[in-house]
Design a binder for this molecule. Structure first.
Ligand code: URA
Length: 432
Protein backbone atom coordinates (compact mmCIF):
# COMPACT_ATOMS: atom_id res chain seq x y z
CA UNK A 1 0.00 0.00 0.00
CA UNK A 2 1.30 3.49 -0.83
CA UNK A 3 0.29 6.67 0.98
CA UNK A 4 0.28 8.64 -2.27
CA UNK A 5 -2.47 6.38 -3.67
CA UNK A 6 -4.59 6.87 -0.55
CA UNK A 7 -4.23 10.67 -0.85
CA UNK A 8 -5.17 10.59 -4.55
CA UNK A 9 -8.19 8.37 -3.85
CA UNK A 10 -9.59 10.81 -1.29
CA UNK A 11 -8.69 13.79 -3.51
CA UNK A 12 -10.95 12.27 -6.18
CA UNK A 13 -13.79 11.78 -3.69
CA UNK A 14 -13.26 8.03 -3.20
CA UNK A 15 -14.19 6.06 -0.10
CA UNK A 16 -11.24 4.81 1.93
CA UNK A 17 -11.21 1.23 3.17
CA UNK A 18 -10.56 0.21 6.76
CA UNK A 19 -7.13 -1.12 5.71
CA UNK A 20 -6.17 2.18 4.06
CA UNK A 21 -7.25 4.21 7.10
CA UNK A 22 -5.39 1.88 9.48
CA UNK A 23 -2.28 2.06 7.27
CA UNK A 24 -2.37 5.88 7.48
CA UNK A 25 -2.93 6.10 11.26
CA UNK A 26 -0.37 3.42 12.12
CA UNK A 27 2.26 4.85 9.77
CA UNK A 28 1.73 8.44 10.86
CA UNK A 29 1.84 7.58 14.59
CA UNK A 30 5.02 5.52 14.14
CA UNK A 31 6.64 8.21 12.02
CA UNK A 32 6.98 6.27 8.75
CA UNK A 33 4.47 8.59 7.03
CA UNK A 34 5.78 12.19 6.94
CA UNK A 35 3.84 15.32 7.92
CA UNK A 36 3.53 16.50 4.31
CA UNK A 37 1.67 13.37 3.23
CA UNK A 38 -0.51 13.39 6.34
CA UNK A 39 -1.33 17.08 5.72
CA UNK A 40 -2.33 16.35 2.13
CA UNK A 41 -4.69 13.58 3.22
CA UNK A 42 -6.17 15.71 6.03
CA UNK A 43 -6.90 18.49 3.52
CA UNK A 44 -8.47 16.00 1.10
CA UNK A 45 -10.68 14.73 3.97
CA UNK A 46 -11.64 18.33 4.83
CA UNK A 47 -12.65 19.04 1.23
CA UNK A 48 -14.23 15.72 0.24
CA UNK A 49 -15.52 14.49 3.62
CA UNK A 50 -15.88 10.97 4.95
CA UNK A 51 -19.00 8.87 5.42
CA UNK A 52 -19.87 7.39 8.81
CA UNK A 53 -18.22 4.06 8.01
CA UNK A 54 -14.92 5.77 7.18
CA UNK A 55 -15.20 8.08 10.21
CA UNK A 56 -15.78 5.05 12.46
CA UNK A 57 -12.76 3.21 11.00
CA UNK A 58 -10.70 6.36 11.53
CA UNK A 59 -11.88 6.63 15.15
CA UNK A 60 -11.14 2.97 15.90
CA UNK A 61 -7.70 3.16 14.28
CA UNK A 62 -6.94 6.18 16.47
CA UNK A 63 -8.15 4.35 19.60
CA UNK A 64 -5.82 1.44 18.70
CA UNK A 65 -2.84 3.80 18.39
CA UNK A 66 -2.29 3.86 22.17
CA UNK A 67 -3.42 2.59 25.58
CA UNK A 68 -7.05 1.86 26.34
CA UNK A 69 -8.37 2.04 29.86
CA UNK A 70 -9.89 -1.15 31.17
CA UNK A 71 -12.56 -0.26 33.72
CA UNK A 72 -13.86 -3.83 34.08
CA UNK A 73 -12.53 -4.02 37.66
CA UNK A 74 -15.25 -1.50 38.59
CA UNK A 75 -18.63 -3.15 39.00
CA UNK A 76 -21.67 -1.86 37.14
CA UNK A 77 -22.14 0.61 34.33
CA UNK A 78 -19.55 3.38 34.08
CA UNK A 79 -20.61 6.72 32.63
CA UNK A 80 -18.63 9.56 31.12
CA UNK A 81 -19.57 12.93 29.77
CA UNK A 82 -17.90 15.30 27.35
CA UNK A 83 -18.50 18.95 26.63
CA UNK A 84 -17.31 20.46 23.37
CA UNK A 85 -16.09 23.40 25.42
CA UNK A 86 -17.55 26.57 26.75
CA UNK A 87 -17.16 29.61 28.95
CA UNK A 88 -18.21 29.24 32.58
CA UNK A 89 -18.98 25.56 31.92
CA UNK A 90 -18.76 24.00 35.36
CA UNK A 91 -21.27 21.23 34.61
CA UNK A 92 -18.94 18.29 35.41
CA UNK A 93 -18.43 19.62 38.94
CA UNK A 94 -22.20 19.56 39.49
CA UNK A 95 -23.48 16.59 37.52
CA UNK A 96 -20.65 14.18 38.38
CA UNK A 97 -21.59 14.18 42.08
CA UNK A 98 -25.32 14.07 41.20
CA UNK A 99 -24.94 10.96 39.02
CA UNK A 100 -22.64 9.24 41.54
CA UNK A 101 -25.09 10.04 44.35
CA UNK A 102 -27.77 8.24 42.28
CA UNK A 103 -25.63 5.08 42.36
CA UNK A 104 -24.04 5.21 38.88
CA UNK A 105 -20.24 5.16 38.64
CA UNK A 106 -18.57 8.21 37.10
CA UNK A 107 -15.07 7.56 35.73
CA UNK A 108 -14.19 10.86 34.12
CA UNK A 109 -10.99 11.94 32.47
CA UNK A 110 -10.94 15.66 31.87
CA UNK A 111 -8.71 18.20 30.22
CA UNK A 112 -7.17 21.56 30.94
CA UNK A 113 -8.42 24.83 29.51
CA UNK A 114 -6.86 26.48 26.50
CA UNK A 115 -7.63 29.90 25.07
CA UNK A 116 -11.05 31.26 26.00
CA UNK A 117 -12.46 27.93 27.24
CA UNK A 118 -11.89 26.54 30.71
CA UNK A 119 -10.99 22.98 31.71
CA UNK A 120 -12.36 20.89 34.56
CA UNK A 121 -8.88 19.83 35.72
CA UNK A 122 -7.84 23.47 36.29
CA UNK A 123 -11.09 24.13 38.16
CA UNK A 124 -10.57 21.15 40.48
CA UNK A 125 -6.93 22.10 41.09
CA UNK A 126 -8.12 25.43 42.53
CA UNK A 127 -9.28 23.38 45.55
CA UNK A 128 -6.27 23.30 47.91
CA UNK A 129 -4.52 19.92 47.79
CA UNK A 130 -6.76 18.38 45.09
CA UNK A 131 -4.78 15.81 43.09
CA UNK A 132 -5.87 15.32 39.48
CA UNK A 133 -2.79 13.30 38.50
CA UNK A 134 -3.92 9.85 39.59
CA UNK A 135 -2.25 6.67 38.44
CA UNK A 136 -4.53 4.21 36.65
CA UNK A 137 -4.76 2.13 39.84
CA UNK A 138 -5.58 5.15 42.01
CA UNK A 139 -8.23 6.27 39.52
CA UNK A 140 -9.93 2.87 39.51
CA UNK A 141 -9.73 2.58 43.30
CA UNK A 142 -11.28 6.04 43.72
CA UNK A 143 -14.20 5.19 41.42
CA UNK A 144 -14.73 1.86 43.23
CA UNK A 145 -14.69 3.42 46.70
CA UNK A 146 -16.35 6.79 46.13
CA UNK A 147 -18.38 6.13 42.99
CA UNK A 148 -16.66 9.00 41.21
CA UNK A 149 -13.20 10.19 40.20
CA UNK A 150 -12.24 13.05 37.93
CA UNK A 151 -8.64 13.01 36.79
CA UNK A 152 -6.33 14.19 34.05
CA UNK A 153 -5.49 11.77 31.30
CA UNK A 154 -3.29 8.88 32.41
CA UNK A 155 -1.04 6.85 30.16
CA UNK A 156 -0.57 7.15 26.47
CA UNK A 157 -4.17 7.62 25.31
CA UNK A 158 -4.69 8.17 21.57
CA UNK A 159 -1.19 9.35 20.58
CA UNK A 160 -2.45 9.54 16.97
CA UNK A 161 -4.80 12.36 18.00
CA UNK A 162 -2.05 14.32 19.76
CA UNK A 163 0.07 14.23 16.60
CA UNK A 164 -2.79 14.80 14.19
CA UNK A 165 -4.35 17.62 16.21
CA UNK A 166 -1.06 19.53 16.30
CA UNK A 167 -0.75 19.10 12.52
CA UNK A 168 -4.39 20.10 11.89
CA UNK A 169 -3.91 23.22 13.98
CA UNK A 170 -1.22 24.53 11.62
CA UNK A 171 -2.57 23.27 8.29
CA UNK A 172 -6.09 24.72 8.35
CA UNK A 173 -7.62 21.27 8.77
CA UNK A 174 -9.34 21.48 12.16
CA UNK A 175 -12.75 22.25 10.67
CA UNK A 176 -13.89 18.90 9.36
CA UNK A 177 -16.84 16.98 10.73
CA UNK A 178 -15.10 13.60 10.31
CA UNK A 179 -11.85 14.83 11.85
CA UNK A 180 -13.46 16.60 14.83
CA UNK A 181 -15.84 13.75 15.63
CA UNK A 182 -13.14 11.05 15.34
CA UNK A 183 -10.75 13.14 17.47
CA UNK A 184 -13.28 13.58 20.29
CA UNK A 185 -14.76 10.08 20.14
CA UNK A 186 -11.40 8.29 19.98
CA UNK A 187 -10.47 9.84 23.34
CA UNK A 188 -13.86 9.00 24.87
CA UNK A 189 -13.75 5.40 23.62
CA UNK A 190 -10.17 4.87 24.85
CA UNK A 191 -11.23 6.10 28.31
CA UNK A 192 -13.34 2.95 28.68
CA UNK A 193 -16.81 3.98 29.95
CA UNK A 194 -19.98 2.18 28.80
CA UNK A 195 -22.14 5.29 28.54
CA UNK A 196 -21.08 8.60 27.01
CA UNK A 197 -23.23 11.75 27.11
CA UNK A 198 -22.05 14.57 24.88
CA UNK A 199 -22.86 18.18 25.65
CA UNK A 200 -22.52 19.86 22.26
CA UNK A 201 -22.39 23.61 22.73
CA UNK A 202 -23.58 26.03 20.11
CA UNK A 203 -23.40 29.81 19.82
CA UNK A 204 -20.85 32.59 19.90
CA UNK A 205 -18.74 31.03 22.67
CA UNK A 206 -18.68 27.56 21.10
CA UNK A 207 -16.74 25.70 18.45
CA UNK A 208 -19.96 25.11 16.50
CA UNK A 209 -21.50 28.51 15.90
CA UNK A 210 -24.89 27.38 14.52
CA UNK A 211 -27.44 24.84 15.75
CA UNK A 212 -27.23 23.03 12.38
CA UNK A 213 -23.46 22.56 12.72
CA UNK A 214 -23.87 21.42 16.33
CA UNK A 215 -26.56 18.92 15.31
CA UNK A 216 -24.38 17.50 12.53
CA UNK A 217 -21.45 17.07 14.93
CA UNK A 218 -23.72 15.52 17.58
CA UNK A 219 -25.20 13.05 15.07
CA UNK A 220 -21.75 12.06 13.79
CA UNK A 221 -20.38 11.45 17.30
CA UNK A 222 -23.45 9.50 18.44
CA UNK A 223 -23.26 7.37 15.29
CA UNK A 224 -19.54 6.60 15.79
CA UNK A 225 -20.01 5.76 19.48
CA UNK A 226 -23.00 3.55 18.81
CA UNK A 227 -21.15 1.68 16.02
CA UNK A 228 -18.36 1.12 18.56
CA UNK A 229 -20.86 -0.60 20.87
CA UNK A 230 -21.35 2.16 23.45
CA UNK A 231 -24.53 3.84 24.65
CA UNK A 232 -24.20 7.41 23.46
CA UNK A 233 -26.50 10.44 23.44
CA UNK A 234 -25.94 14.12 22.83
CA UNK A 235 -27.65 17.22 24.16
CA UNK A 236 -27.26 20.46 22.22
CA UNK A 237 -27.04 23.39 24.63
CA UNK A 238 -26.68 27.13 24.23
CA UNK A 239 -23.31 28.85 24.56
CA UNK A 240 -24.40 32.16 23.06
CA UNK A 241 -24.32 33.43 26.60
CA UNK A 242 -22.06 32.26 29.43
CA UNK A 243 -23.37 29.51 31.68
CA UNK A 244 -24.05 30.80 35.18
CA UNK A 245 -22.42 33.93 36.59
CA UNK A 246 -18.86 32.83 37.35
CA UNK A 247 -15.97 32.45 34.88
CA UNK A 248 -12.64 31.41 36.40
CA UNK A 249 -11.48 28.40 38.32
CA UNK A 250 -12.10 28.90 42.07
CA UNK A 251 -15.05 31.18 41.25
CA UNK A 252 -16.67 28.37 39.26
CA UNK A 253 -16.05 25.78 41.99
CA UNK A 254 -17.83 28.12 44.39
CA UNK A 255 -20.79 28.43 42.00
CA UNK A 256 -20.94 24.65 41.49
CA UNK A 257 -21.07 24.18 45.27
CA UNK A 258 -23.93 26.71 45.41
CA UNK A 259 -25.90 24.74 42.80
CA UNK A 260 -25.36 21.51 44.76
CA UNK A 261 -26.70 23.34 47.83
CA UNK A 262 -29.94 23.97 45.91
CA UNK A 263 -29.02 27.60 45.28
CA UNK A 264 -26.96 29.01 42.43
CA UNK A 265 -27.96 30.07 38.92
CA UNK A 266 -31.02 28.46 37.33
CA UNK A 267 -29.31 27.97 33.93
CA UNK A 268 -26.47 25.90 35.43
CA UNK A 269 -28.96 23.82 37.41
CA UNK A 270 -31.11 23.22 34.32
CA UNK A 271 -28.25 22.10 32.05
CA UNK A 272 -26.79 19.89 34.79
CA UNK A 273 -30.11 18.21 35.61
CA UNK A 274 -30.72 17.56 31.91
CA UNK A 275 -27.28 16.04 31.28
CA UNK A 276 -27.35 14.06 34.56
CA UNK A 277 -30.79 12.69 33.67
CA UNK A 278 -29.51 11.57 30.24
CA UNK A 279 -26.54 9.83 31.88
CA UNK A 280 -28.81 8.07 34.39
CA UNK A 281 -31.30 7.10 31.67
CA UNK A 282 -28.60 5.50 29.50
CA UNK A 283 -27.25 3.74 32.60
CA UNK A 284 -30.65 2.04 32.96
CA UNK A 285 -32.14 4.03 35.85
CA UNK A 286 -35.53 4.50 34.13
CA UNK A 287 -37.22 7.04 31.88
CA UNK A 288 -35.70 10.47 31.27
CA UNK A 289 -38.46 12.12 33.36
CA UNK A 290 -37.89 9.73 36.26
CA UNK A 291 -34.11 10.25 36.06
CA UNK A 292 -34.54 14.02 36.13
CA UNK A 293 -36.56 13.58 39.30
CA UNK A 294 -33.78 11.40 40.79
CA UNK A 295 -31.20 14.04 39.90
CA UNK A 296 -33.27 16.84 41.46
CA UNK A 297 -33.75 14.74 44.62
CA UNK A 298 -29.99 14.16 44.86
CA UNK A 299 -29.59 17.94 45.16
CA UNK A 300 -32.58 18.45 47.47
CA UNK A 301 -31.47 15.71 49.91
CA UNK A 302 -27.87 16.94 50.08
CA UNK A 303 -26.62 13.56 48.77
CA UNK A 304 -24.90 15.14 45.75
CA UNK A 305 -23.15 17.74 47.90
CA UNK A 306 -21.90 14.98 50.23
CA UNK A 307 -20.65 13.08 47.16
CA UNK A 308 -18.62 16.11 46.05
CA UNK A 309 -17.15 16.32 49.55
CA UNK A 310 -16.20 12.61 49.43
CA UNK A 311 -14.64 13.01 46.00
CA UNK A 312 -12.54 15.99 47.11
CA UNK A 313 -11.37 14.10 50.21
CA UNK A 314 -10.57 10.93 48.22
CA UNK A 315 -8.41 12.95 45.82
CA UNK A 316 -6.49 14.66 48.63
CA UNK A 317 -8.29 18.02 48.54
CA UNK A 318 -9.55 20.25 51.32
CA UNK A 319 -13.13 18.97 51.63
CA UNK A 320 -14.05 21.79 54.04
CA UNK A 321 -14.40 24.10 51.00
CA UNK A 322 -17.82 22.53 50.47
CA UNK A 323 -19.05 23.85 53.79
CA UNK A 324 -17.00 27.04 53.66
CA UNK A 325 -16.21 28.18 50.09
CA UNK A 326 -14.31 31.15 51.56
CA UNK A 327 -11.43 28.65 51.96
CA UNK A 328 -10.98 28.70 48.17
CA UNK A 329 -8.29 31.00 46.76
CA UNK A 330 -9.35 34.66 46.63
CA UNK A 331 -7.91 37.41 44.43
CA UNK A 332 -6.21 40.40 46.03
CA UNK A 333 -8.00 42.90 43.78
CA UNK A 334 -11.61 43.21 42.62
CA UNK A 335 -12.71 45.85 40.13
CA UNK A 336 -16.13 46.62 38.67
CA UNK A 337 -16.93 46.75 34.97
CA UNK A 338 -19.62 49.40 34.52
CA UNK A 339 -22.35 49.99 31.95
CA UNK A 340 -21.40 52.55 29.30
CA UNK A 341 -25.06 53.45 28.76
CA UNK A 342 -28.54 52.61 30.04
CA UNK A 343 -30.92 50.10 28.43
CA UNK A 344 -31.14 46.33 28.30
CA UNK A 345 -28.22 43.94 28.03
CA UNK A 346 -28.84 42.41 24.61
CA UNK A 347 -25.83 40.10 24.61
CA UNK A 348 -22.58 39.10 26.29
CA UNK A 349 -20.31 37.35 23.80
CA UNK A 350 -19.05 34.31 25.67
CA UNK A 351 -15.85 34.04 23.66
CA UNK A 352 -14.86 37.63 24.46
CA UNK A 353 -15.79 37.14 28.11
CA UNK A 354 -13.62 34.01 28.19
CA UNK A 355 -10.73 35.95 26.67
CA UNK A 356 -11.13 38.74 29.27
CA UNK A 357 -11.07 36.14 32.08
CA UNK A 358 -7.98 34.57 30.49
CA UNK A 359 -6.28 38.00 30.44
CA UNK A 360 -6.87 38.27 34.20
CA UNK A 361 -5.02 34.97 34.68
CA UNK A 362 -7.93 32.48 34.68
CA UNK A 363 -6.88 30.78 31.44
CA UNK A 364 -3.94 29.93 29.22
CA UNK A 365 -2.95 31.89 26.14
CA UNK A 366 -0.53 29.06 25.28
CA UNK A 367 -0.12 25.52 26.62
CA UNK A 368 2.84 26.70 28.71
CA UNK A 369 1.03 29.57 30.53
CA UNK A 370 0.33 29.16 34.22
CA UNK A 371 -3.10 29.73 35.72
CA UNK A 372 -4.11 31.94 38.63
CA UNK A 373 -6.84 29.88 40.38
CA UNK A 374 -8.38 32.96 42.02
CA UNK A 375 -8.68 35.07 38.87
CA UNK A 376 -11.81 35.51 36.80
CA UNK A 377 -15.05 37.38 36.31
CA UNK A 378 -18.38 37.30 38.11
CA UNK A 379 -21.36 38.61 36.16
CA UNK A 380 -23.74 40.76 38.16
CA UNK A 381 -26.20 41.13 35.24
CA UNK A 382 -27.13 38.82 32.38
CA UNK A 383 -28.71 39.33 28.93
CA UNK A 384 -32.26 40.62 29.32
CA UNK A 385 -31.54 42.63 32.48
CA UNK A 386 -32.18 46.38 32.45
CA UNK A 387 -29.26 48.60 33.45
CA UNK A 388 -28.52 52.26 34.10
CA UNK A 389 -25.39 54.02 32.91
CA UNK A 390 -22.60 53.41 35.43
CA UNK A 391 -24.20 50.29 36.96
CA UNK A 392 -21.70 47.57 37.87
CA UNK A 393 -22.23 44.73 35.36
CA UNK A 394 -19.34 42.50 36.39
CA UNK A 395 -16.70 42.02 39.06
CA UNK A 396 -13.18 41.39 37.77
CA UNK A 397 -10.94 39.36 40.10
CA UNK A 398 -7.14 39.49 39.71
CA UNK A 399 -3.98 39.24 41.78
CA UNK A 400 -2.15 41.58 39.43
CA UNK A 401 -3.84 45.00 39.08
CA UNK A 402 -2.05 45.78 35.83
CA UNK A 403 -4.13 43.10 34.09
CA UNK A 404 -7.43 44.98 34.52
CA UNK A 405 -6.95 47.46 31.68
CA UNK A 406 -6.78 45.01 28.78
CA UNK A 407 -9.57 42.84 30.25
CA UNK A 408 -11.85 45.89 30.61
CA UNK A 409 -11.20 46.80 26.97
CA UNK A 410 -12.13 43.27 25.90
CA UNK A 411 -15.37 43.53 27.88
CA UNK A 412 -16.29 46.71 25.97
CA UNK A 413 -16.45 44.48 22.89
CA UNK A 414 -18.18 41.60 24.70
CA UNK A 415 -21.13 43.50 26.15
CA UNK A 416 -23.97 44.87 24.02
CA UNK A 417 -26.59 47.19 25.51
CA UNK A 418 -29.65 48.17 23.46
CA UNK A 419 -33.09 49.73 23.83
CA UNK A 420 -35.19 46.56 23.57
CA UNK A 421 -35.39 43.43 25.71
CA UNK A 422 -33.82 40.55 23.74
CA UNK A 423 -35.82 37.38 23.01
CA UNK A 424 -34.91 34.74 25.60
CA UNK A 425 -33.01 31.92 23.88
CA UNK A 426 -33.67 28.27 24.83
CA UNK A 427 -30.94 26.74 26.96
CA UNK A 428 -31.42 23.09 26.05
CA UNK A 429 -31.89 23.17 22.30
CA UNK A 430 -32.18 19.56 21.22
CA UNK A 431 -31.48 15.90 22.00
CA UNK A 432 -29.70 13.56 19.57
N1 URA B 1 -11.78 18.95 20.32
C1 URA B 1 -11.07 17.84 20.07
O1 URA B 1 -10.73 17.09 20.98
N2 URA B 1 -10.75 17.57 18.79
C2 URA B 1 -11.10 18.34 17.75
O2 URA B 1 -10.78 18.03 16.62
C3 URA B 1 -11.83 19.52 18.04
C4 URA B 1 -12.16 19.79 19.33
Amino acid sequence: MRMVDIIAKKRDGGKLSREEIEFFIKGYTEGSIPDYQASALLMAICLKGMDMEEATHLTMAMVASGDQIDLSAIEGIKVDKHSTGGVGDKTTLVLGPIVAACGVKVAKMSGRGLGHTGGTIDKLESIPGFNTQLTREEFIRAVKETGIAVAGQTGNLVPADKKLYALRDVTGTVRSLALISSSIMSKKLAAGSDVIVLDVKTGSGAFMKTVEEARELAEAMVSIGTRAGKKVAAVITDMDRPLGYAVGNALEVREAIDVLKGKGPEDVREVCLTLAAKMLELAGKGSFGHCRELAAQAIASGAALRKLEQMIRAQGGLADVVRDPALLPKAAHVKAYRAKRGGYITGIQSERLGIAAMMLGAGRATKESTIDPAAGIVLLKKPGDSVKEGDALMELHANDETLFESALAELDIAVAIGDNVPEPAPLVIDFV
